[in-house]
Write a new protein. Structure first.
Lengths: 170, 460
């Protein structure tokens, strides 16, 4: 009967390998690579930011090619799509610059007129460059400032009010 | 049913004979419906229940014509459950809506957990389930109260609906994956084109959050998040992430795009707690404040003649159950307590009614709700009269935030100085005119409020 015991143990081990809710024996364990591929959300600390770097100067050319069809030249859109510079731009209200990086990376660029569809993807360096460009158009960084995983979370956003930072510092 | 009177089932089959007029059948009315009672024989019965041809005008409408933001027609509904096909939708992706194949859909739970997991829809449905009736309300609901184009209760308050949601308690899933120490927040992420994500605190996740796959007994409607969504009872609509495909357990709020730009005026401090306080100050003002509205008689409706009417309306609160609704028919000079229809459920619509005799004169109708925390719906004067929502006066008017969430995050001292939100819970007035037409009198107060809102946006 030793072989039977061994078989049971082997089967248990095998099922444990992919059934991950311990009580209900349901689900599958995703590999680290699988999680990484989906784990694209970047928070204020920036710890999920990938390697890469970019400047507003580099971003200008990419913006012209990939973004201006919706957001207008230099981001000054007047129509249906969000304005990214000037009086109507809402990005200046974001308290953290990482949000801009996150949204460009996870949701842009889009096709027109079918804006529900992505139009290809962007490399990390392109996303850093485009983030820098949007910040530059709103006078938040300089044209040659380098944004990367270290500098982006440190960008000081203008609408982040210091008033309550005193009572609830982060 | 009397077979002799109506004939054998299926006697008249197919084509034009399907509709056998009993009265003056076949005469189209001005609205295009055929007048008169008729008989549908079995060949005419559809697999899905049908709306009467006399009720087909009761549909969602987009305020300003945008059907991607479609509002619930409260003026034509009864009880507390919003039929699934009439549940409001607000879409921040210009209407782009994922139509997901459930066989391919997966929910990934990862981050600060011991055992990350990927679940299929079949896996999720094998788990113990809960069903709960609760409302979901868009932050922007009632924001058009003072807009002269906002006529009906649907136009103004249609971004709130109530359904029975069925799914797996999020607390169960979190116990199964094992939450690591320091994991105090979660992000729900949608499989929509904008990858909408939103942070919410662990306390809410462990309290009553549901990973829901059913709405009023059926699979979720596509626009309401098919095949899977978050339901956070009583909390702002956009945190109830639709088309949910990922939950990440994290240590702090993540400031996703939509929590960075919109609706922050409803947080305690003007443009948002975040903008002032950073991440820690987030998350405790996402409960809908107590609110009520009379749905009959309401804007756009008409009373045929003086006489007895049953005033009817809805009340709700993100803070728990409705304790009391008072109604006035004389512009607030006298208030009378309405009857609350059972069931009166926490964080759900509650139906209230009150008999009223209309004498044919002009009348201003209003309702005012009080929830189990003792919060009372504010008047426009209370809101308009205090120019700075960050001021101590706001705390005096609305009370401080005493929620456990606030105290846990910020401590008693700060929470005692933070007003609870109430700006979009203003008491709604309806004017019954002498000709019986009911109108929205609130746009006349708009100038006063507009000045206040400008202050709200820029004062910090």
């Amino acid at each position: 009967m030793r072989w039977l015991g061994l078989l049971v143990i082997t089967l248990m081990a095998a099922s444990e390998g992919f059934a991950q809710l311990p009580t209900f024996n349901l689900g599958r364990t995703p590999s680290a690579d699988e999680i990484r591929a989906q784990d694209i959300t970047v928070g204020p600390s920036g710890k999920e930011l990938p390697p890469g770097r970019g400047t507003a100067k580099e971003g200008a050319a990419i913006f012209e090619k990939r973004c201006a069809h919706c957001h207008g030249v230099n981001g000054a859109a007047e129509g249906q799509f969000p304005s990214l510079s000037g009086a109507k731009a809402r990005v200046v209200n974001y308290p953290f610059a990482t949000t801009i990086w996150d949204f460009i990376n996870s949701a842009m660029p889009r096709k027109v007129p079918d804006i529900g569809t992505r139009e290809g993807t962007l490399t990390a360096a392109e996303v850093y460059s485009l983030t820098a460009f949007v910040l530059y158009r709103n006078n938040i960084v300089k044209e040659m400032d380098v944004l990367d995983a270290t500098s982006l979370p440190k960008v000081k956003m203008p609408k982040r009010d210091p008033h309550l930072d005193k009572v609830a510092p982060r | 049913m009397n077979k002799n009177k109506y004939g054998r089932r299926g006697f008249l089959k197919g084509g034009a004979a399907l509709v056998g007029g009993l009265a003056a059948g076949g005469i189209p009315t001005a609205s295009g419906q055929e007048a008169g009672t008729r008989l549908i024989h079995d060949a005419g019965i559809r697999p899905l229940g049908e709306v009467s041809r006399f009720e087909r005008k009761i549909v969602r409408r987009g305020f300003g014509g945008n059907i991607a933001n479609a509002l619930t027609p409260h003026q034509d509904l009864h009880g507390i459950i919003t039929p699934s096909e009439l549940h409001f939708i607000v879409n921040h992706e210009n209407g782009a809506t994922p139509d997901i194949d459930p066989r391919q859909h997966r929910l990934l739970i990862h981050g600060m957990v011991d055992r990350p997991v990927e679940l299929t829809m079949d896996d999720i449905k094998l788990l113990p389930s809960v069903s709960r009736i609760c409302f979901i309300e868009c932050n922007g609901n009632s924001g058009s109260q003072f807009d002269k184009d906002a006529v009906t209760v649907q136009d103004i308050h249609g971004r709130s609906s109530c359904a029975e949601w069925t799914g797996v308690p999020l607390s169960l899933l979190l116990k199964e994956v094992g939450v690591k120490p320091g994991a105090e927040w979660l992000i729900g992420v949608a499989a929509d084109p904008g990858r909408h994500g939103h942070s919410f605190p662990m306390s809410k996740a462990m309290d009553d959050a549901i990973v829901a796959y059913a709405q009023n007994g059926q699979a979720l409607r596509i626009e309401n998040g098919y095949p899977l969504r978050l339901v956070l009872p009583g909390w702002s609509g956009r945190i109830n992430v639709k088309w949910l495909d990922r939950i990440k357990v994290v240590d702090e709020p993540y400031m996703n795009r939509q929590e960075s730009f919109a609706y922050m005026e409803q947080a305690p401090l003007g443009m948002g707690a975040y903008a002032f306080a950073g991440a820690k100050a987030f998350g405790f003002h996402h409960e809908s404040f107590t609110k009520s509205v009379i749905t009959y008689p309401s804007g756009g409706q008409r009373l045929a003649k003086p006489g007895m009417y049953q005033i009817s309306g809805l009340a709700w609160s993100g803070g728990g159950a409705i304790r009391k609704v008072e109604v006035t028919a004389d512009d607030g000079r006298s208030w009378k307590e309405a009857e609350l229809q059972a069931p009166v459920l926490s964080r759900a619509f509650t139906r209230f009614t009150l008999g009223w005799k209309w004498d044919g004169g002009e009348a201003i109708l209003k309702s005012r709700s009080t929830d189990e925390r003792g919060n009372v719906q504010p008047t426009p004067e209370q809101v308009g009269g205090t120019p700075n929502p960050t001021s101590p006066e706001q705390v005096a008017v609305w009370g401080a935030d005493t929620s456990a969430t606030c105290r846990n995050l910020l401590g008693d001292d700060l929470c005692s100085r933070l007003p609870v939100r109430a700006q979009r819970s203003i008491i709604q007035s309806w004017r019954v005119n002498r000709d019986g037409n009911v109108t929205n009198p609130m746009p006349a107060m708009a100038n006063k409020l507009a000045a206040f809102l400008v202050n709200d946006t820029h004062e910090h």
